[in-house]
Structure formats: C-alpha cells, structure tokens
Write a protein that binds this ligand. Sequence first.
Ligand SMILES: O=C([O-])CC(=O)C(=O)O
Ligand SMILES: [Mg+2]
Length: 614
Amino acid sequence: MLSLISRTLLSRSVTTGQKALLLESLKHPNADDQQTRTFVGDVISPGQLMGIEHLRDPRLNKGLGFTLEERQALGIHGLQPARFKTQEQQLELCRMSIERYQEDLNKYIYLTELQDRNEKLFFRLLSENIERFMPIVYTPTVGLACQKFGLIYRRPRGLFITINDIGHVYDVIKNWPEPNVKAIVVTDGERILGLGDLGACGMGIPVGKLALYTALAGIKPHECLPIVLDVGTNNQNLLEDPLYVGLRQKRCTGKLYDDFVDEFMEAVVTRYGQNTLIQFEDFGNHNAFRFLDKYRGEYCTFNDDIQGTASVAVSGLLASKRLTNKKLSDNKFLFLGAGEAAIGIADLTVKALENEGLSLEEARDRIWMVDIDGLLAVDRPEGNLEGHKKFYAKNHAPIKNFAAIVNEIKPSVLIGASAAAGAFTPEVLKSMAQFNERPIVFALSNPTSKAECTAEQAYTHTEGKVIFASGSPFGKVEYGGNTFYPGQGNNAYIFPGVALGVLLAGIHHINEQIFLIASETIAENVSEEDLKKGSLYPPISAIVECSKQIAVKILNYAYDERIASVYPKPKDMRKYIESHQFNYNYEPSLPQSWPWPNPPYIKTRPMEPVKLKA
Ligand SMILES: O=C([O-])CC(=O)C(=O)O
Ligand SMILES: [Mg+2]
C-alpha cells in the first residue's frame, strides 16, 4: 500500500521543503520500504522507471549487473537471484547460450530476445564479436529470418505503415515512442536480398541494418528507426500462408503508391526534421532508381543497394590494383545483372575511371552488362534498355548464352549481382583463368544460396588464380597447398560509416563523392597481409575502425565543401565522433551525487563475482 508520502512523491510535484521532510522520514526506523523506494526513485531522476519496470526496460536493464546499492535504490532487490555479475561474465554466458543452438535461425531468435531485454549487452556482444555474430543478425541468416518472419514474430520492433494509412502516415509515425530519431532504414519488401518479394516480412532487413548502425558505427539505438511500408505483396505463397503477418493483398502500384511514399517522406521530416537520414533498402529495381532520383535533392537520403553496394565493390576493385599491378582503366568489366547493385557499381566505377583520366565515354566503353535478355546490345530484339542500362549498351550482335558472352568479351573483371545462383559455372570460371593471370570475380548476390558461385568453386576452377569476393560470407578455402580467406564485399563496410559522417556533419544531401570517399577509405585499410590471404577487404572486425575513419573523412570533406550544417566546426573530428557514439558498457544506474554515504537499507553484503566455468 502506498503511503500518502509516497503518492505525493509519485506525482513528482514535491517541493524541496517536502523532500527535506521526507529525507527525515527515511531515517525513521518505521519508514516502510515502499516509501524508501519511491523517495529514492524521485531523487534519482524524475521519471526514472522503478521496480520491475526498470528491469523490463531493455535500455536500463543490466540483469545481474546491478550492484546491491542499485538494486535496493531502484526497488529491484529480491526480484533477481542474489548473484552479482560483471558485464564480461554476462557476455560469456551469452556466448555459451548461443552455442547451444544448432540452427542459425534459433541463434537469431536468441539474439533478438537479448536485444529486447538488455540493449547494452546485445550491442557489446555484437560489436566485440562481429565476425561471429554479424552473419546471424545480418546476412545471410537475416534472409532466413525474413522468410520465417510470421513464425518467429514475437515482439514489435520498428514501424509498420500500411497503404491503408494513407492520409494518416504522420499519425502512425507519431506513435513511435522515441522523440529523437535521426536515422531511418525503410523497405517496402519488394526485393529482399536476392530472395524477392517478401512483403511485410522484409522488416528483418531494416532491423538488421540498424543493428549494424549501432554495432559498427556507434549510432545510438534510440536514434534509429526501422520501417516497413506495407503496400501488399505479389508473392502468392505469402498471400496464401496462414502465418503471413502483412496486408493480404497484391502490391499497390502507380499513383497511389507514389503518393503514399511522398506522404511518408514528408511525415518523417515533419516529425523528426529535415536532416533525418532515410536509407532506402531492398525496394524493387524500378522504384529504387526512381526514388533515389526523386528524393536525393530534397531529402537526406541514399539507396544502399545502389550506392552502398557500389561503394564496397569499387573499394574491392581499388584494392585489387595492388595484386594485378594494373590501373583500373586497364580492365574490361563484365556484369551479370543490370539491377540496382550492378548499375550502381557500374556508375561508380565510371566515376573512379574518370578520376584516372578517362572521359565519360571511354569509361562506359569498358563496361559490359548482361541481364535476363542477354548482353546489353543496342539492337537486341528485346529492347529493355531503359534508364542507366542504355549507357552500357554496346554496338554488338545480341548474345544470350552467358558462357558464350564471357568467351566473346574476355573480361578481366566479372561481377555478379544477379541473384542467379551458380551462374558462374565451372566453364565460365575456367575461361576467366584462361584470359587472365589474375581474374577478378565478385559473386555479390545475397544470401549465400543466391551467390553466383561459392568461394571454393572460384578458387578450384581457376586453379587458385582468382581474386575473389562475395556478398555473403564464405569460410576459408584450401587449394593447392594454400589457404585463402576470401573477403566479403558487403555494403556493411560502407553504410554505417557513411551514416555516421552524414549525421554528425549535418549533411543535407548525399552525393556520389561521399561514396567514393568511403570506397577509398576501405581500400586503404586493406593490409598486405589481407591481400596475401586472398582478401580485398579488411577483416570484418575492422569495420568499427573503418566506419570511424569514413566518418572523419566525410566530416572533413563536408566542411571543406561547405555542405556541413553543424557549427562550430569540430576541432578534432575523431574526438567529436567518439563523443557522440553509443557506449555499450554498463554505466552506474544511480546518480553520482548520491545523497547518502550508504544505500538506504543494506542488510545484505554483495557477493564477490564468481568466475564462470565453461
Ligand atoms: O543486406 C545485404 O547483405 C546487402 C544488401 O543490401 C542486399 O543484398 O540487398
Ligand atoms: Mg539491400
């Protein structure tokens, strides 16, 4: 039962005089526990969650990491076992727990639940074990999680805005509890990785991408908002699936769809400001390019599949120069796929070639592309050469067969972004090794099941000559007495650092140069040792440092070019960045100026932390 005093305090309208009086009452031997807790709570900070609610809040929860003093002051004493644990001991337990699961999807569920109950522990676990857990919370397992979304859905994370909300999108965004969102990743689920249309189940992607915003770039979790625009799905299996959780209707298209996305963009900046970063992710091809062109001059936005993927691929190409001793312009590039990723990479490669002194025409001339209708040839009967495709169409007889195209063009660089699993056949790979001393082969489609070839196939069929990278992770490959550790050319090297730099500089519009800066930064971080091991990328564990370096360079660029809007200009960019990053280490839950030398009622002595046995 709450006493009158406690209720007064709960109302948070106590005066200093009342507090002094209550402080007095605390010392009274008859003051009951409830009074004590309530009073202490009020002193900690108005609005501080007390009791069980403190444990239930993933931002505040430290599990057994609360000290005795904290447990008593917060009113959670006795709600947990007596043991005290350090965060390190908790991390060890997390690692042990995950290993108990055989299936990656179960590991994914474990990690999601950890994020739901203890945010700092989740992000520390992820940040300090990126190589191990990125493939679970992100590609490739996140693909499976999206496919099974209806089955594993437990708690909401992110916003689902449906086409039925048109006219009221702002009201839906208003329901998001965080007032200070700075970055949004949004999808309409039409092209989830290489898996196709997964409708509302695509939510796993924005959630996974934003987990990397925090784990790899230290962007604060409460500043990140994952969003699905649910406009239906054309995936018949999902429409008939009793477990499907999205709108059960065909995709809305045309003017209504465009008006809906327009309204969404406006609603975002109305609630969170013009500088809110909006990352488009896994939209269908036709919409991805349209929206990028339409919104990039008006909003702070980029398309990760076009620009992020381009940036990481170009970074790999820049690093490959050190192995081939060629200039970029000495290469002939052949792309399988002419969608978001392929066109994005081609466009940014053109920019990099121009930087080497080529004209726009000369640069485009070096790039050949193949789509579902075969080689992009000016006179091919199918046409289908809209948008940027026409820049790469050649005056060449139409050819359809991919192996024949490879033999005809004789490229030095082969880039797959087609979601056509296994398209780089042994025959294709052998041909590449015939024309080139060191053929460059990127099999970038995700997840692993969609890769154009595996790492093992690439090394085997080129007799170990290949310079290989993939979009999804592959383990090491033994070939001819050598061990190769292929790099993962995934946009995770790029988007977290770009977002960090853009947000901290207050850049209004994100130009291509920013992505080239990111490419160069990653390429500079590739060591001789990485190259020797067969990787064109720094180790995954280095992404945290790389993201910081990308952000420093973007900040310098933004101030030099006067596209920054945060003033005064920071003196030390690195320090400025670090001062804004998320701290995943536990911090005291009580204010430093604790008014008592001892907690209100210590009757228990803290136990010494005990070392966990594996
Ligand atoms: O999510 C990933 O791993 C990379 C990416 O953007 C995609 O494949 O669509
Ligand atoms: Mg994507």
